[in-house]
Write a protein that binds this ligand. Structure first.
Ligand code: 1CP
Length: 332
């Protein structure tokens, strides 16, 4: 069994496996080199040869315990036929949603548009570089995808005033997403994903109606994934109540963000924990990094814990700091 599965399934506390959110990406010069020549981000995600190279770049460098496929949560709106572009120094920009069209969409249309993602997984599945490692597939949670689909730009650039006004539109989109995210999960598992991570990056924006926007849509995906026989890790970034979330949603593990109290988490959560350290620590110096990393390793010493961050690796991160971190966790 892989070190991560030992932790997720056997609840082993012996070793502390490590992988990092956004481990493939802009902080790596070898990624930037490829990105420079491939200005269309969606096309890059659909290029299974280059996506394979990019997925393996952090594995080649740091020998992490898992590879996460190079793709994006916004590939689902793209698969649904919505226009999705990534603008330089701005982020994603989506086109309008057409509900009638979405209701008529067939599974085949979606699966064919995203076929290169599944090819990527098939190609990686038997790679000798991933021996005794996991191959992580992922999806955005319905809420987070709804936010991008309706707001059409990142909430970092502001949330539209009318966002919560059209409750029936929200309900329609969540229904459609429930169907197609499941299809995306099923296709990824069939193609070789050994773990699924659900990113709910904007869960922290929900302040009412948790049942409808957070708990119900995500539980449905978690149950679906478990029934496929694959462990599922949830990352509901910046929510206030991880305890209730875990009790209702029952993922195999929970990725915490860096705002949580570690003592609370240890007292209240009963499932394996992943992540937590602030990615900004990687922008400091080795001494600070050592102290902070040790803090997490010590606190979770007798607890099933997968080392990761509280959010993705930042673009300004020095790869040498990541190297130092990985070695430290592996030598612990
Ligand atoms: O060169 C570039 O500008 C592209 C940067 C980039 C990369 C490397 C984007 C644009 N996406 C990705 C890959 C990616 N995205 C991965 C696979 C690589 C890896 O993790 O190693 C994953 C898992 C994601 C997930 C993702 N995309 C999330 C969830 C995690 C998180 O960071 O909160 C989100 C919200 C997105 C949307 C997205 N993709 C990219 C951008 C700039 C954004 C918008 C983020 C925002 O709203 O600010």
């Amino acid at each position: 069994m892989t070190p991560i599965k030992e932790c997720l399934i056997n609840k082993s506390t012996k070793n502390k496996p490590i992988w990092l959110m956004r481990q493939a990406g802009r902080y790596l010069p070898e990624f930037r080199e490829i990105r420079k020549k491939n200005t269309n981000f969606i096309e890059l995600c659909l290029n299974e040869k280059l996506s394979e190279i990019i997925t393996l770049q952090p594995i080649d460098r740091f020998n992490l315990d898992a590879a996460i496929i190079f793709s994006d949560i916004l590939m689902v709106p793209f698969g649904l036929g919505q226009r999705v572009e990534f603008r330089k120094n701005f982020g994603p920009q989506l086109g309008d949603v057409n509900i009638d069209q979405l209701y008529q969409l067939e599974d085949k249309f979606f699966s064919e548009r995203l076929n290169p993602v599944y090819k990527l997984l098939e190609n990686l599945k038997n790679s000798h570089k991933l021996k005794n490692k996991d191959l992580i597939g992922f999806v955005g949670a319905p809420w987070t995808l709804l936010v991008y689909m309706l707001n059409k730009v990142s909430p970092k650039n502001g949330l539209s005033k009318n966002f919560f006004k059209d409750a029936s539109m929200i309900e329609d989109i969540l229904n459609i997403l429930n169907r197609f995210i499941k299809l995306h999960i099923k296709n990824q598992v069939k193609a070789g994903a050994t773990i699924i991570q659900i990113f709910d990056s904007w869960a922290g924006l929900i302040d009412d109606n948790f049942e409808k926007y957070l708990y119900q849509p995500t539980s449905s995906l978690v149950e679906f994934t478990k029934n496929l026989g694959v462990p599922v890790i949830c990352f509901p970034r910046n929510i206030k109540d991880y305890k209730t979330y875990c009790e209702i949603i029952k993922p195999d593990a929970i990725n915490i963000d860096y705002n949580v109290s570690l003592d609370n988490v240890l007292k209240n959560l009963k499932i394996p924990i992943q992540g937590g350290m602030n990615p900004k620590i990687l922008l400091t110096d080795k001494e600070t990094l050592k102290i902070e990393t040790k803090k997490y390793l010590d606190i979770f010493k007798s607890y099933p814990y997968i080392f990761n961050l509280g959010h993705g690796v930042l673009p300004d991160t020095d790869p040498n700091m990541v190297d130092y971190l990985v070695k430290m966790v592996m030598d612990y």
